[in-house]
Structures are given as structure tokens and as C-alpha cells.
Ligand binder design. Sequence first.
Ligand code: FAD
Length: 565
Amino acid sequence: MPEHDVLIIGAGLAGQRAALAAVQAKASVAILSKVHPVRSHSVAAAGGINAAISIDDDWRSHAYDTVKGSDYLGDQDAIEVMCSEAPKEVMHLEHIGVTFHRNERGELDLRAFGGASMKRTAYVADITGQAILHVLYEQLLKHHAQLDRYEEWFVTSLLQDDGGCCCGAIARDIRTGRMEAFAAKSVILACGGAGQVYRPTTNALIVTGDGIAQAYRLGAPLMDMEMVQYHPTTLVENGLLITEGARGEGAILLNSEGERFMERYAPNKLELASRDVVSRAEQTEILEGRGVGADKAGIYLDITKVPRKRTLEALREIVNIGRDFAGVDITREPIMIRPGQHYMMGGVKTDVNGATPIDGLYAAGEVACVSVHGGNRLGANSLLDTLIFGRRAGEHAAARGSSMPMPKTPSHARVLEDVARIDEVLAREKGGGRRVSEIKQELGDTMNRHVAVYRDEAGLTEARSVVQRLRQEARSAYVDDRGTVFNQDVLGALELDYMLDCAEAIVAAAIERKESRGAQFRTDHPQRDDEKWLKHIDITRGQDGPQISYSEVTITQWQPEERRY
Ligand SMILES: Cc1cc2nc3c(=O)[nH]c(=O)nc-3n(C[C@H](O)[C@H](O)[C@H](O)COP(=O)(O)OP(=O)(O)OC[C@H]3O[C@@H](n4cnc5c(N)ncnc54)[C@H](O)[C@@H]3O)c2cc1C
């Protein structure tokens, strides 16, 4: 059985940054990923990464913007850590080889992004995530003596010892179907978000909330789960993302009357107000009949305002996306977009070192909730979050391991339990229930109908009962592939189970929060209510489903104020 000081599950930016920090701290590390690392969703990150590196900027201004963006639900101590460490992290990336865009003076160029009081977003055209992910992958190659990689291994569950500490994981080698237990002194979850709970979403098919659900099943609390970000500019046809970088470069939003409607909703920041504000404005225009397109369900994003040369240089991926997925040349005509699911602000509750309340279990990146994003994440703050807290989790897990023995090896019986779980799925009769894909679709459609930009009690209650029914149906859902080699079908059934856990937690928290804050807008409780609801909702798994408790929001220097853009 493989034994390591630190076992990292997930090889996106959070996982790879954690791995780099842990090997540099001399730990023995394994990194596991269900896809090849550079195919993690981080590779799709387009617009950039925030850091106060300009000489006239200050990390406190970045922190204030983040606090305000979070609608005062973000924990200010964690936000201070993230923003104050950001410049050093971005310079570190630049020094290890990330080719950030430079201006005519040869300095790192910065672009405008939503909710930011100045230009603060460093970028590599609109492939920033790809550029960083590849550099980290390459850097890790240097450390092969200390780092074992398990690429295309699917973690099925986390292991706990008799004292309740997390001491490893069970995983399936996707190539062969073989199951194995991994022992570790510490485990870092870096499994990304849960966007696939919604349909459509900007997230890759692999983003199915596995880590959130696995931690939840172990007893870890989830926090801020009701806060699900809808990005203002996703393609009407299929939900693909058009980066906020487009608006950062000067693109504008228009309704069917040709009106630049953001003038009414956010007179100062216009299209660069925070994402929750812009998405709500678009949805209101659509609901009031001023949408564009055949069924008036879209809004025009006009990128022709950006000089063509600049678009071709700095936004070249979305030129391709517009052409290939909507048949539109964005340098010459507006493109139809609408708000679409994009990001989970919530996740596994951690402290600023990535530690969860379960000994030995850390989480970083989108799977985690520190909480630096609170009710709404600012664009380009997620890449930053993955790197800062990935690094910190890697350092802390390595330090923890240096002073303890290897925990008792998890028993073989636990592996057999997971083997049996998979065998049970494979043994289900064809036609004896619904297909996994059908249930997944209904889940995604339901969440997108009732747990979206606007929510109310009736819709949320309906969503809860659909999720409960789907959970029953998932028990008999069958798969077509019964083989062992690259059986993605059976893994799809496990992922569906994880997604249902996430959906249940999201809906429970959204029903609980009877106010409007950040991404949660309740039409039946349209005001923010600091007196009752300036607190986090924590969810743990109880016998009869999600159990709710609350935790304090940490306020250091910025008292809640009315939010205006
Ligand atoms: C289209 C798009 C554009 C974006 N643009 C930006 C941007 O410009 N700026 C910004 O700040 N943010 C952006 N974001 C958000 C940001 O990219 C993500 O939040 C961030 O990259 C998540 O990184 P991560 O390391 O936490 O997870 P991911 O990159 O999603 O990686 C998750 C890893 O976990 C592994 N994994 C998951 N489950 C299992 C399992 N069961 N077993 C084994 N391995 C598993 C996966 O294989 C993968 O390696 C964007 C997001 C999207 C979808």
C-alpha cells in the first residue's frame, strides 16, 4: 500500500500548488487526479488573477473590494491573508515561468475586472489558467524523487482511523479498474467545485463535487453552500463562458431596445459591477421582456467596442468560442449571452491554513470555503484563492507530517466496501430504473430553474422534493458499461451520488437563509438583514439529511455598509 506524508486529491491549480509547497518542505507527496492534471477545470480559467502589484495600488484596497464583493459575508481575516500575499504569489509565478502579458514599458500589464476599484488583474491573453497550470506541472517534474503521481485515478472515499483522523483515501485506477488504499499522515482535498449540479454550467463535465461530498460524508461541515455564482456572460446556446475580461477590455451590455441598461442598475461601475449585481440586472431585463433573441432569453454583449487588434491579441479564445459555438464574429457583431452557473462560493469549511475541523483533512481551492468569497466572488479572485490557500495547505500538511508517525494502515475491508459499492452499481438491471444521465439532467434543470439568480420559498421547496426523489431514483439507476477498463459510465453513477449530496446542501442552505445577500436573492425576502443573517450557514450530514448550524463572520476593519456600484 502506498504511504505518503501528504496525499493530495486533485491536480488543478490548488492541488499542484499544494504539491509544490509540500515537496519544497521535504514531505513525501502523492497527487491523485481523475483526469490528466492539465485537463483539470483550472485549465479553462481565462480572464486572469488579481493582485495589488501596481505601484499606486494597495492590498488593503483589494481586500476592501473583496469584502464588499462578498456582500460582507466573507471572513475578513482570511481575505486579508489572501490579498496581502497575492503580489508575492503572482511574482513567484512569473519567476517560475508564467508568461504574463506585459505593457509597452515592459511591466506586467493589468486589466480591469468586475468589482475592482482599479486595474488589478494580471493575465496571459485569455488562457491564464492554462498558462499557470502547465508551468506548475512542469515545475513539479523536477521533484519526481519525492512526488508520486497517480493520473487517471478516481478517489471513491476518504479514510478515517479509529480516533476520527483522516488517514488516507481509496481510489480506483481508471485504466484497469483496480482499487487501492492510500495511507497518509494528511490528506489535502483539491477536487474543485460542483458546477455540474446545474445545467447549463460553464464548468467542465468532471466538476461534480466529489470532494465536497466525500468530506461531508466523513463529518466535515460545509459552509456558504447557498452561495452559487451565476456569471453574467455565458452563451445562450450552451452555457459556455465568455470571460469577464471582455467587459474589462470595454465590451458593453445591451437590451432589445439597444439600451445600455447597466446605467440604471450600477451607474458608477456599469458592466464592471460585481457579478451578482450584473447577473441580476440581466435577468430582470429578460423577465421584464427586454431580452434579445427568438424567445427573448438573451442579452447582447457588444465586444465590437474593443479595438479589433486588441480583441485578437488579448481575447483570442473567445473569438474562437464565438465563431465555433455561436457562429458569431465577436469583432464585428454583438453576441447573445445570459447569466449561467459558474462557481461555488461554498464548500468544505476550512481555516486560513486549509485545515478542516477533521484532524488530518485539509481542503483548498474551489472545493473549500475559507470563506474569502462570502456571498459573491470577484472575478479573478478564484485563481488567487487556489494558489494562496493551496500553498498554505501544502506547507501546513507537510509540517504536521514531520512530527508524527504514519497512521495505522487502513484495513483491506474498507477497500472491499468500495469495491462492493461499485459492483452493486454494475449489477443493476438494465431498464430496472432510469439512466444516470437522465437523472443528472433533471437535477441540473431543476437547480437552474429554482435555485438560480432569483429564488423563493415555493421554488426552493419544489427543488428540495425533486432532489429527494432523484436520490431515490439514483439508487436503481443503471449503467451500460460493465467492464473494468476506462469505465467512465460507472464513475458517472458515483459522481451523480456526490452531486446529489451537494444539491441537497445547497437547497437546504438556500431555504434557511431568509434574506437577500450576494448570489442569494430571495424575492420573498428581498432585503439584506444584517441583524439576523450576518452569519455563515454551516451544514453537516445528519441521519435524516442536512443539519444546519451557524458560525460568525469575522470582521476586522470593514463594517457592513450598503453596497453600491
Ligand atoms: C470556464 C471557466 C473560466 C474561469 N476563469 C477564471 C478566471 O479567469 N479567473 C479566476 O480567478 N477564476 C476563474 N475560474 C474559476 C477557477 O478557474 C476555478 O475556481 C479554479 O480553477 C478551481 O481550481 P481547483 O484547483 O480548486 O479545481 P480544479 O481545477 O477543478 O481541479 C480539480 C481536480 O480534482 C480532481 N478530482 C475531482 N474529483 C476527483 C476524484 N473523485 N478523484 C480524483 N480526482 C478528482 C480533478 O481531476 C482535478 O484534477 C473559471 C472557471 C471556469 C469554469
